[in-house]
Design a protein around this ligand. Sequence first.
Ligand code: DGI
Ligand code: FE
Ligand code: FE
Ligand code: FE
Length: 187
Amino acid sequence: MDRERALKIVKEHLTEHRYIHTLGVMETALELADRFGADRHKAELAAIFHDYAKFRSKDEMREVVKQQGMPESLLHYGTELLHAPVGAFLVKQEAGIEDHEILEAIASHTTGRVGMGTLEKIIFLADYIEPGRKFPGVDQVRLLAEENLELACIQALKNTVGFLMKQNQLIYPETIYTYNSLLAEVK
Ligand code: DGI
Ligand code: FE
Ligand code: FE
Ligand code: FE
């Protein structure tokens, strides 16, 4: 699938704000793919589709989790987590994307995953640092991303976990496992 067709599909499922975010993730993912050696076309498609399910109803997302045999635990940590794995499923079903690496990168873009590959790390990071993001600490992550993909992902995870803790939100265990696995990778 080419970029124009992918963007056209995704645009119908997103708000204007979320579409602009998606374009930012796409540009950033392409830069990171060049820098860290990933397939440009896969990075582009994964970025374009990463938030495909962002505006699906909670009920629809919960149904997909149950019907597709996704981890039941996903249902107990806040509905924000669901659009990533559910998005990967719907992108395959509705947009016909079959590439396993692309689908995996979409599925893991919110929590990360233990043993993430380069494309997954790139999408995870691009989602965090795209030019429209204004999180406290994002500039430090942008600097790290110029040199070291893993260190940048680690810092993004730290910031997210700190943010969630301040808000008294539950931390999905995979988010912590991802942090541990990246730390082990750089040691
Ligand atoms: O979809 P985006 O807004 O572009 O970004 P995202 O897919 O990274 O989702 C961010 C949201 O996910 C944000 O509200 C924090 C939440 N989140 C990320 N990790 C966890 C989490 N929420 C919980 N409860 N636990 C997590 O581990
Ligand atoms: Fe997302
Ligand atoms: Fe994210
Ligand atoms: Fe996003």
